[in-house]
Design a protein. Structure first.
Length: 311
């Protein structure tokens, strides 16, 4: 008999998912979608502003209440991802509430945008701590559980700001590209334990994108396009990557943009030159650079590469 399709609402049946930054935006939509597919969800959110100020349990409680109203199971954690001890408490909250953990979605994030020559060390550290260090801490805290049960799935939220580039986001871009390297290393190191690790670069109008400048006509046009892309459009891929249907998918980078899904290329050699007697700076200037120049990557920003209207 041919394989039967998975009944709706059961794709993640029996699984426990941790979703960081799940108090709103993309994180909330991923948590809701996973719950609708049968997962029990640990909602992590410290309830801070876009720049990381303040703190409230209300956003996490709101997501939990929605899941429970729909008949799902959820618990909350208001610990920060940016410290090792608190990241351990996040994972412990999931295992205490539900007895195990099967999926980790590293979504928590803040923005501290500034043009590079005006970016402060404090703004650099704050963004790196939440995005990159936070992804490591939560992933590492869950790794022992994944190894012990010989299974698990990580879904890391990256960004085209890191994959391609954007103005005024050196901290965010560096953190998001660092997450790609982290994901690939996890995929390689934990393959023997049937643990998978993938990245999603989402497009969506949310608190994170609402801070994008919209002063020039070109900026206003870009923001208008982004506003069409609601956060829920990114959730189906996250659910798939956490499910057994993606058991052979690991070490990959995807992007989700309205109704489009992209597989993103990874860094590989594109062209080479050879000099039998070795290179000098002068020979590089005379021969190597001209030969390679035609394959140089343009200094694009994300909007240059994804220049068409969302489909």
């Amino acid at each position: 008999m041919p394989d039967q399709p998975t009944p709706p609402g059961t794709m993640l049946a029996g699984k426990v998912a941790i979703v960081t930054g799940a108090g709103g935006g993309i994180g909330r939509e991923i948590a809701l979608a996973m719950a609708l597919e049968g997962a029990r969800v640990l909602i992590n959110d410290i309830g801070v502003s876009l720049t990381g100020q303040g703190g409230s349990a209300s956003p996490a409680e709101q997501t939990r209440d929605i899941i429970r109203q729909r008949g799902g199971e959820a618990a909350i954690s208001t610990d920060s991802v940016a410290e090792w001890a608190s990241a351990q408490r996040i994972v412990a909250a999931a295992t205490d509430a539900f007895g195990r953990v099967d999926i980790v979605v590293n979504n928590a994030g803040i923005l501290r945008d500034a043009i590079f020559h005006k970016m402060t060390p404090e703004d650099w550290r704050a963004v790196i701590d939440v995005h990159l260090n936070g992804s490591f801490y939560v992933s590492r805290a869950a790794a022992e559980h994944f190894r012990g049960q010989q299974s698990g799935a990580y879904v890391h939220i990256t960004s085209t700001s890191g994959l391609i580039g954007n103005l005024g986001q050196a901290n965010y871009s560096a953190a998001k590209l660092g997450i790609v390297g982290l994901s690939k290393s996890i995929a390689l190191d934990m393959r023997r334990y049937n643990v998978r690790s993938n990245c999603i670069a989402p497009f969506a109008w949310s608190r994170m994108t609402s801070s994008i400048p919209a002063e020039t006509e070109a900026q206003k046009a870009r923001v208008a396009k982004l506003a069409l892309m609601t956060p829920d459009k990114n959730a189906p891929l996250a659910v798939f990557l956490g499910s057994e249907a993606a058991s052979d998918v690991t070490g990959q980078i995807f992007a989700t943009r309205h109704n489009e899904i992209f597989l993103i290329g990874q860094t590989r050699p594109v062209r080479s030159v050879h000099q039998a007697e070795g290179w000098t700076p002068a020979l590089i200037a005379e021969h190597a650079a001209p030969a390679l120049r035609g394959s140089f990557v343009p200094l694009d920003v994300s909007a240059d590469v994804f220049s068409w209207d969302p489909i």
